[in-house]
Design a binder for this molecule. Structure first.
Ligand code: LIP
Length: 252
């Protein structure tokens, strides 16, 4: 046994407590973009997570939304989103989380997502089940698109918004409901625990989805990730139960 998972859980809970304590307070803004916001609290949250991880594993590396730290030549890279759903957080919308994954060489071996507002923690590690607050969880068993609730993210560029609108327009008439909730990681945690049947977004970063990938797969679901040719280090993702045909071309 190793201390990787307990460390990830401790760090996610500590960062979640920081976010909960500051929720609704005046916030220092590091960057305001048309469809995105960066907060000083993002940086503080990642600094807290980084300290807790590197204090226990000083030879490891951190790869996070707010920068890198540690020994980047290490086989162990902790992939961190210190606030996933930063825009929601800034607008006092209580739908955001902390996402921490651990990659050993090229394989994600651990994932933790923590929602501090609902006190919900999803965890898993290689060859283990996905747990929600300590209880096993699984992807949904629905098989018909007409029964499904899907989440489509629009990211932050005009191109990805246009792509998202096309997908939204196609699925909204066929699925039971569509949602756009502003946190890729929570969307993936919701797929892993059967609340959503799929989550689709055309441009995310590794830190948005690394923990969610292993959570969904260990809960019985399917994750397809494609590198974008038009944006460095950006990915398109479809995470689903694997039980619903999302290929609209097959629709009658
Ligand atoms: C966010 C993602 C969301 C995406 C946003 C942003 P952040 O991550 O969770 O799915 O649509 O553009 O990338 O920036 O809040 O960590």
């Amino acid at each position: 046994m190793n201390d990787f998972l307990p460390t990830a859980i401790d760090a996610a809970r500590a960062a979640g407590a920081l976010l909960r304590e500051n929720f609704g307070s005046p916030l220092d803004v590091n960057a305001l973009e048309a469809h995105d916001i960066k907060l000083e609290l993002d940086v503080r949250s990642q600094e807290l997570i980084t300290k807790m991880i590197l204090d226990r594993f000083p030879d490891h590396a951190i790869y996070g939304e707010e920068g890198i730290a540690g020994d980047q030549s290490s086989a162990f890279h902790w992939i961190v989103d210190p606030i996933d759903g930063t825009v929601n957080y800034f607008y006092s919308i209580p739908h955001f989380c902390v996402s921490i994954a651990l990659r050993e060489k090229d394989e994600i071996i651990l994932g933790v997502i923590y929602d501090p507002m609902r006190d919900e923690l999803w965890q898993t590690e290689k060859n283990q089940p996905t747990l929600l607050n300590g209880q096993p969880c699984a992807v949904s068993t629905r098989t018909q698109l007409s029964e499904a609730t899907l989440s489509v993210g629009f990211s932050k560029t005009q191109a990805t918004i246009d792509d998202g609108l096309v997908l939204f327009g196609k699925y909204v008439r066929r699925a039971r409901k569509l949602r756009m909730m502003g946190s890729a990681a929570l969307d993936m945690a919701f797929v892993a625990s059967g609340r959503l049947d799929a989550y689709i977004e055309q441009m995310v970063s590794l830190w948005d989805i690394a923990a969610g990938k292993i959570l969904v797969e260990n809960a019985g679901g399917r994750v397809e990730i494609r590198e974008r040719s038009d944006a460095k280090n950006k990915l398109s993702i479809t995470a689903s139960s694997g039980r619903i045909d999302l290929n609209l071309n097959s629709e009658t």
